[in-house]
Ligand binder design. Structure first.
Ligand code: FAD
Length: 466
């Protein structure tokens, strides 16, 4: 029986696409090579990392803040196997949720590695080596991404780990070397620091979190340093010697110069991710890739081969679960004859450390580079009542608004719960709000969201800061 749509990959791009397509009446199947659905995000990405971030944050709070609030728990003791079990159970609940949604929406699923045999044909090879060919009108490639590797450094997932190994360490390393000061390195570095590791982060560029607003990153780096993380910026790791009891990493200035050795028990290589297209048969099917090996698509997610589409980490754009999900919905709607669309100007970006970093829209650097005149409104959490009374005053909200029209162009937040707060800014920007629209919207008191409103008021200079 022929399908209307076969989706290869069941990550947030693939599973959302399949469910939306089925809801719109398309006969849909998903092919997944792993044992569980949910892709990187649910199995080894967003979900397990957030479980460990949450648990380790509470562990640190119990040790440092509870006593100030009159809660006597003594010195908290770490039970790492139990913490890992808590994480695994969370993952399990989430991946089962996807299986349930497939059944509920009548999406067929096939376990095995999918290969595009030709337009309209997907070959599925099961773990037992047996193959079957499925017929379909359309194919969506949603095979996601894989860990980027450093030449000459072998990831054994025990001592030299990727994010996947860093989510399953069986003891807290005394010294953790993190290679790469991007989101994943800082999040997982934070987890292990809170649990007791000494963390050194080596970054090739001269700043952390490349691409994010640099004022935000400067303040954030100072906060992380105060928490005990050490940074070596503009520095590269050239080799890791694994022969002794301790790892010996050779590092040198990115611009060249004298090398030095950093010893560590575990090294986390977190230099980014690369699109995953292995074994998909794209070359044979004639599907074009771009110069970074990503599947090339047009504005409607169509590849150069009729009936083959691609979404998520395997195409260009930020490697984020919610971006993949939105593309999944959009391509399903397009295939069902509707006008699916993704607004790439309003894709929030969050770093789930403590405090969190969240942004949506343009940074100051981007606006300056584009020659756009803008006004800035800023408000610190030290002046927000709720933040003060809860002893969570780190950070600020910054709003960038068009100097001529007052339209909000970018919002940047450093602070606890910034990831939830940024959703309000995203909705405002989706509706083309002016900063005055936010400033004149009644916000509940006492909440951290009032800081966003005050920052909007600050664009016009009428903030009410003590
Ligand atoms: C540690 C970590 C933390 C992260 N945290 C966040 C976060 O907090 N927020 C956020 O937005 N993003 C986060 N991400 C990124 C996020 O996980 C990805 O952007 C997202 O999973 C991409 O979704 P996708 O559907 O494109 O691909 P994936 O989730 O990678 O799914 C692809 C699926 O395709 C399957 N597959 C591949 N090839 C085949 C084949 N030939 N046949 C069958 N199946 C195949 C794979 O097994 C996989 O299940 C994190 C990533 C990591 C590694």
């Amino acid at each position: 029986m022929a399908y209307d749509l076969i989706v290869i990959g069941s990550g947030p791009g693939g599973y959302v696409c399949a469910i939306r397509a089925a809801q719109l009446g398309l006969k849909t199947a998903v092919v997944e090579k792993d044992k569980t659905f949910g892709g990187t995000c649910l199995n080894v990405g967003c979900i397990p990392s957030k479980a460990l971030l949450h648990a380790s944050e509470l562990f640190e709070e119990a040790g440092h803040v509870f006593a100030k609030m009159g809660i006597g728990v003594g010195t908290p003791k770490l039970d790492l196997p139990a913490m890992m079990k808590f994480k695994d159970e969370g993952v399990d609940g989430n991946v089962k949720g996807v299986a349930f949604l497939f059944k509920k929406n009548k999406v067929d699923s096939f376990q095995g590695t999918g290969r595009v045999a030709a337009a309209g044909k997907v070959e599925v090879k099961g773990a037992d080596g047996k193959t079957q060919v499925l017929e379909t009108k359309n194919i969506v490639i949603a095979t996601g991404s894989d860990v980027a590797r450093l030449r000459g450094i072998t990831i054994d997932e025990k001592r030299v780990v990727s994010s996947t190994g860093a989510l399953t360490l069986d003891k807290v390393p005394q010294k953790l070397l993190v290679v790469g000061a991007g989101v994943i390195g800082l999040e997982l570095g934070s987890v292990w620091r809170r649990l007791g590791a000494e963390v050194t982060v080596v970054e090739f560029l001269d700043r952390i979190l490349p691409g994010m607003d640099s004022e935000v990153c400067r303040q954030f780096q100072r906060i992380l340093e105060k928490q005990g993380m050490t940074f070596k910026l503009a520095t590269k790791v050239t080799a890791i010697d694994t022969s002794g009891n301790r790892l010996k990493a050779s590092v040198e200035p990115a611009a060249g110069g004298a090398a030095e050795t950093i010893e560590a028990d575990v090294a986390l290589v977190a230099i980014g991710r690369v699109p995953f297209t292995d074994g998909l048969g794209l070359k044979e099917a004639g599907v074009a890739l771009d110069n970074r090996n990503r599947v090339q698509v047009d504005a409607h997610f169509a590849t150069n081969v009729k009936g083959i589409y691609a979404i998520g980490d395997v195409i260009a754009g930020p490697m984020l679960a919610h971006k993949a999900e939105d593309e999944g919905v959009a391509v399903a709607e397009i295939l069902a004859g509707q006008a699916g669309h993704v607004n790439y100007d309003v894709i929030p970006n969050v770093v789930y450390t403590y405090p969190e970093i969240a942004s949506v829209g343009k940074s100051e650097e981007e606006l300056k580079a584009a020659g756009v005149a803008y006004n800035t409104g800023k408000f610190p959490f030290t002046a927000n009542g709720r933040a003060k009374v809860n002893l969570q005053t780190e950070g600020f909200v910054k709003i960038l608004a068009d100097a001529r029209t007052d339209r909000v162009l970018g919002v940047h937040i450093v602070g606890p719960d910034a990831g939830n707060m940024i959703a309000e800014a995203a909705v405002a920007m989706e509706f083309s709000a002016a900063s005055e629209d936010i400033a004149r919207t009644c916000h509940p008191h006492p909440t951290r969201s009032e800081a966003l409103r005050q920052a909007a008021m600050a664009v016009e200079g009428w903030t009410m800061q003590a």
